[in-house]
Design a protein around this ligand. Structure first.
Ligand SMILES: C[S@@+](CC[C@H](N)C(=O)[O-])C[C@H]1O[C@@H](n2cnc3c(N)ncnc32)[C@H](O)[C@@H]1O
Length: 281
């Protein structure tokens, strides 16, 4: 990745946009954004029906929200980040946005970038999402149809207990970035096994995964963990694999929904890659 990336915040040290910070990302981020965007777009119809019933509202939660815009050095491109993608949801906008980030300048950038007249009610939660999860949960309407995007830089940033708390909401779809390559890179570091335990919410993986090249074997363990939270008892928690140009596995994206319609929509939008040209399965 470009040398213009601040090692602590992940923001770009060279470029800003409208004087606001942008995250420094590789081209691969577009693929992740595209899946999230397509899911948000494809669920516009169901959101509309749900909203018109006058029920609990429509909520978007972003635990690792970032500053809202990102910069790809290689292609010199500025792109929307996940909170702005959600804020532009077509057909039926979210009525509530709950956005958390550890870095104050990112929260301040989100306040500015999302300050649109008539926009959704937005709650900004500065701080560590694991420590702030009860505050985050307090902003989510109890009966809302919700989507949470969970997009940490690495395994050390997420405690599985945080997902467990979100899963207590009856209608909470989850999209979770599983940093496969990052875990592989750090696997041999002292005490990293404890980081994985916390991220996975279990140590059952330890007998299966003993060296960095076996890290993809964590995937079925994560899947079982999500199923145990009440997601898709019929084993419809799904994950897709995203590879880099050299065909190495960069990350997995997990999707979990308690709704058969949510599962059907995710299945349909992930049949093709982000460019829409390649059959993934
Ligand atoms: C991969 S970026 C998120 C990018 C965003 N989802 C997007 O695609 O536009 C991760 C973000 O998480 C933030 N972060 C890191 N640790 C965190 C924590 N424990 N709680 C909340 N945010 C955290 C970082 O400041 C960074 O902005």
């Amino acid at each position: 990745m470009a040398e213009c990336r601040d090692r602590t915040t992940g923001n770009c040290t060279r470029e800003r946009e409208d004087h606001l910070p942008v995250q420094c990302v590789g081209e691969w981020a577009k693929e992740k954004h595209d899946f999230i965007r397509r899911y948000i777009e494809a669920t516009g119809g169901p959101r509309k029906k749900y909203a018109s019933k006058g029920s609990g509202g429509l909520c978007y939660v972003d635990l690792f929200a970032g500053p809202g815009r990102a910069y790809i050095a290689k292609t010199n491109e500025f792109i929307d980040g996940t909170p702005l993608i959600a804020a532009a949801a077509p057909l039926q906008p979210y009525s509530t946005l709950v956005l958390c980030d550890l870095v104050d300048e990112n929260i301040e950038a989100l306040r500015v970038r999302l300050a649109r007249p008539g926009g959704a009610g937005a709650h900004f939660v500065p701080g560590d999402c694991n420590a702030m999860i009860d505050v985050i949960a307090s902003h989510i309407p109890k009966h809302a149809l919700s989507l949470a995007v969970v997009d940490p830089f690495g395994a050390s940033a997420l405690d599985f207990a945080t997902l467990r708390r979100l899963a207590q909401f009856a209608r909470m779809d989850l999209i979770v970035h599983f940093p496969t390559m990052g875990i592989k890179r750090n696997f041999a570091k002292p005490d990293y096994d404890k980081t994985i335990d916390r991220f996975m919410g279990t140590d059952t993986w330890r007998t299966d995964v003993r060296e960095p090249d076996q890290v993809v074997r964590l995937i079925p363990h994560m899947k079982r963990q999500l199923v145990a939270l009440g997601y898709a008892k019929d084993d419809e928690v799904r994950e897709i694999e995203v590879r880099n140009d050299q065909r190495g596995v960069l990350y997995h994206l997990f999707f979990a929904s308690k709704s058969p319609l949510g599962n059907k929509i995710w299945k349909s939008i992930t049949k093709t890659s982000a460019t829409g040209q390649r059959e993934m399965f």
